[in-house]
Design a protein around this ligand. Sequence first.
Ligand SMILES: [Fe+2]
Ligand SMILES: [Fe+2]
Length: 401
Amino acid sequence: MKQPKKIAMFGGSFNPIHNTHINLAQAFIKKLKLDKLLLIPAACPPHKSDSEIVSAEHRLNMCRLACEEIKKIEVSDIEIKRDGRSYTVDTLRILKEQYPDSELYLIMGADMFMTLLEWKEPETIFSLATICTAPRNDADLKVLAEQEAVYRREGANTVILDWKKSGISSTKIRRMIYDDENFSKYVSEKVEQYIYANYLFMNRSTVNYERFDKVLHARMSEKRYVHSFNVAVEAQRLAKKYGADEKKARLAGILHDITKETSGSEQLKIIENSSIELNGVEAPSPKLWHAIAGAAFVRDVMGIDDEDVFNAIRYHTSGRANMSILEKCIFIADFTGAERDYEGVEEMRMLSNKSLEEAMAFGLSFSISDLAKRRLAIDPNSLACYNEVVLCTGKSFQKSK
Ligand SMILES: [Fe+2]
Ligand SMILES: [Fe+2]
């Protein structure tokens, strides 16, 4: 097989990958007339002890999204797949074995370039590849040139590319994301959507509905978003009427279907990561997974750690015995949100203004009989909920104020 003549390795944490990384890669492809550039996210970058670093899987996925339409750039998981810490010298050795007749180049950011002598076996790195970097700003250029002279004395071949500097870095982008600032011009649209969809680098200790809107839009269709919005409005109205926490009702309402349009395999992965055990009916019923995965995502990924909000999302499809007022508000609002137009919705709306339990009994009999007609299993939580609300119908309801 014909080998590429000139091949470059561009390593880094890519936490996250941004447009300047891509521009730099393309500038080097042009300058060095490279046949191929391997973009290699590090498994656990040995130069960083950064708690802000997101998983290797997320960084790899973002790199793939950013590079999928760019010629000559190939994203490689060679370091991520290798166990333990990833050292550049080991990766270069593997590349040399794979491409014995190719000329190897090693591209890195300016900050990494400055620390090269602290890396594992710098002299071997110098013997295997030409070291390439580019300044981040005008001040960098002088410092890099001084450092280059040091490496050359050690026998290294080096290339410093003078190019259009952007001054942007992953650190700055992470800070912007954390501060809810618009970072769209610094990353590709797909990477931006990925960051919102997976709630990466976000401030998990604040509630920000503008941010939630972006997260929801990155995870679902407009139709599902409108439904979520309507559930939030209706849940808040019911919470006010029946004395539940209105803020929590809005929050649980807007987020209740957050994983509804997520694939079944991803829903199961979220559930598994959260150590939630599925019962005998939930496990084989994919329709029930989104509520459980949604609750887990809101708590574990978004950091909204409120038991009542968790349970309101967790049981919004099935119901359960002993539901809190908030849980009932979300369950009912899911049936009565403004866009709902099924036969019987007006009766459900009328009942929801009379008593939460009567509305629950109506909604549950509707969904349980539908499941029974289709000979599908019924979640024991739904049966327990149904029995409870039906048995107490006519006794002391949670009456409206
Ligand atoms: Fe749902
Ligand atoms: Fe829903």
